[in-house]
Design a protein around this ligand. Structure first.
Ligand code: SF4
Ligand code: SF4
Length: 198
């Protein structure tokens, strides 16, 4: 279980559309040697390029993925404006909006002493804790979204393989809960790639 709400943070999304019942295999190279096309929402599919046996559950005390800035999609920015002062809680970089990281006087930081603006002393995300909401990219982690041939491809982020403690420590298969990781807004974006970094 997470201290930042990520165990259920991905629960901010509705329902449990089972990928395992709606998927179908196609040729290609994923972790398992096969890519699966999964209907995540009605009429909205993702190509899964990771082993369908992959499981995930956020781990208590690990706040690694909150030690960085977070890119915001336009809809994130609009929703964030309703709960936080954008002039303090966001910054722009190369034309994109981000929640910045900043110096923190608590222990939940990276080696540089910094963490996301919203990461609290108790290791919880203030947005999720107080508003049951967080930016789309925070829901997507530890996955990564890229667009190839007009399709949304989902893989595991390289940084997550290296640092995320929640991979393969539970029975909860990621492929069965893709709607929790992939907010529906991703399908409405011109560019839903999640590889951009602050
Ligand atoms: S917004 Fe919340 S969940 Fe996202 S990185 Fe910051 S503290 Fe973590
Ligand atoms: S890196 Fe993984 S285990 Fe750690 S807080 Fe983030 S999602 Fe949870």
């Amino acid at each position: 279980m997470s201290t930042d709400g990520r165990d259920t943070g991905q629960d901010g999304q509705s329902g449990e559309v089972s990928g395992s019942t709606a998927d179908r295999s196609e040729s290609g190279e994923g972790d398992s040697g096969t890519r699966r096309r999964v209907e995540v929402y009605p009429g909205k599919e993702a190509v899964v390029a990771f082993d369908p046996a992959l499981t995930f559950e956020c781990v208590d005390g690990c706040t690694w993925c909150c030690h960085h800035g977070v890119m915001l999609y336009e809809q994130d920015l609009l929703e964030l404006a309703g709960v936080a002062p954008l002039s303090e809680a966001t910054t722009q970089f190369r034309g994109e909006d981000f929640v910045p990281k900043e110096d923190k006087d608590h222990d939940h930081t990276g080696p540089d002493g910094q963490a996301c603006y919203f990461l609290q002393e108790d290791g919880l995300c203030a947005l999720h804790d107080e508003h049951d909401w967080k930016p789309a990219r925070c829901s997507v982690f530890p996955l990564s979204v890229a667009v190839e041939d007009g399709n949304i491809h989902v893989s595991v982020r390289d940084s997550a393989r290296e640092h995320c403690e929640g991979l393969n420590v539970t029975e909860r298969r990621v492929i069965d809960h893709l709607d929790a990781f992939l907010p529906e807004l991703l399908w409405d974006l011109d560019d839903p790639e999640t590889r951009r970094e602050l």
